[in-house]
Write a protein that binds this ligand. Structure first.
Ligand code: MEV
Length: 323
């Protein structure tokens, strides 16, 4: 096989962000906006990368130099994923990779983790090595840690397994939640957040006040476990209540911002069951849980608070080979 096209979904964190970095669980769902990647074997021993969505054009590097020198931020995940693959397995020659996302890299939907997963899935197919999902997870998570130093791996798991999953730090538990959908509205704050900066900010707070932060993480863990049960029973009013509590704890961690708080409050005032920021905080998206009757009203209220609606379906399929 010389050429392959793979796609993986973006994700939305439902419950448990930040605490999941520190040996705790979270709930994450895959969304139906995908990252597409085409990988092709070429003659020269180089990696050629085209990722126009993130302004990477005609990027090239000798295979033996992968991971070395100054790598543009937007090329890091693909380059390190290829490097990590080549450390363990072989390819017949060099590679040309093209990526195209159906969602903006600004949303915090996890374009970096989705592209990492696509690289490893695609290369394992080209090299005819039947890697299991868990093996792809381990290599992808290693790639994320090589670049960021920190992170739970939940985004990588969502891109691989798809659906909605109960996930524990580092993939200790990856459990599918058997539901058909979750009635969510998604609002983008218009502000790009940097996950590593926010993780570091929380770490600083934890270093100064470990008991306070451990206490918050413990409460978030309880909320995640309760939310898992309530989502399975479709008790949306209770799930909404847990979202509000989770948002409140994230505020205490210091990762929310005025804009996200206002968007969440607007959603609640318009009749949402609950609302919270989704992801690292500092910007990116918020989610609100709604009844079908209130959906439009809540969406308009979030817009009035300055949010941009993003139409997505949750529970999307994980990484797949495209024909
Ligand atoms: C970022 O979307 C969510 C965090 O929990 C980081 C992670 O789990 O890797 C802050």
């Amino acid at each position: 096989m010389k050429k392959i096209t793979v796609s993986a979904p973006g994700k939305l964190m439902l419950f448990g962000e930040h605490a999941v970095v520190y040996n705790r669980p979270c709930l994450v769902t895959a969304v139906n906006q995908r990252l597409n990647l085409e990988a092709e074997i070429i003659k020269n021993q180089i990696l050629l990368l085209e990722a126009p969505d993130v302004q990477i054009q005609e990027y090239q590097k000798e295979l033996k130099d992968l991971g070395k020198g100054d790598i543009p931020k937007a090329a890091r995940f693909v380059e390190m994923a290829v490097k990590n693959f080549l450390t363990e397995y072989q390819l017949p020659a060099g590679l040309k990779i093209k990526t195209r996302a159906e969602f903006s890299a600004q949303f915090g939907f996890g374009s970096s983790s989705a592209s990492t997963v696509c690289v490893l899935k695609g290369l394992s197919e080209i090299a005819k090595i039947k890697l299991t999902n868990k093996e792809i997870f381990d290599l992808s998570y290693k790639t994320v840690l090589d670049i960021q130093g920190k992170g739970s791996g939940f985004d990588v798991a969502a891109a691989i397994y798809g659906g909605t999953i109960y996930f524990w730090t580092g993939g200790k538990i990856i459990e599918p939640i058997n539901i058909d959908s979750i009635p969510l509205v998604v609002g983008y704050s218009g502000i790009k957040a940097d996950t590593v900066t926010l993780i570091n900010q929380v770490k600083e707070k934890a270093d100064k006040n470990p008991e306070l932060v451990e206490g918050i993480y413990n409460r978030i863990e309880e909320i995640v476990n309760q939310a898992k049960e309530k989502i399975l029973k479709k008790e949306w009013d209770k799930v909404g209540d847990l979202m509000n509590k989770n948002h409140h704890l994230l505020k205490q961690l210091g990762v929310s911002i005025d804009k996200l708080d206002k968007m969440c409050q607007a959603a609640l005032d318009a009749g949402a069951y609950g609302a919270k920021l989704s992801g690292a905080g500092g910007g990116d998206c918020m989610i609100a849980l709604v009844s079908e009757e209130k959906r439009e009203q809540v969406a308009r209220a979030i817009e009035k608070a300055g949010g941009i609606m993003i139409e997505v379906k949750v529970n999307a399929e994980g990484v797949r080979i495209e024909v």
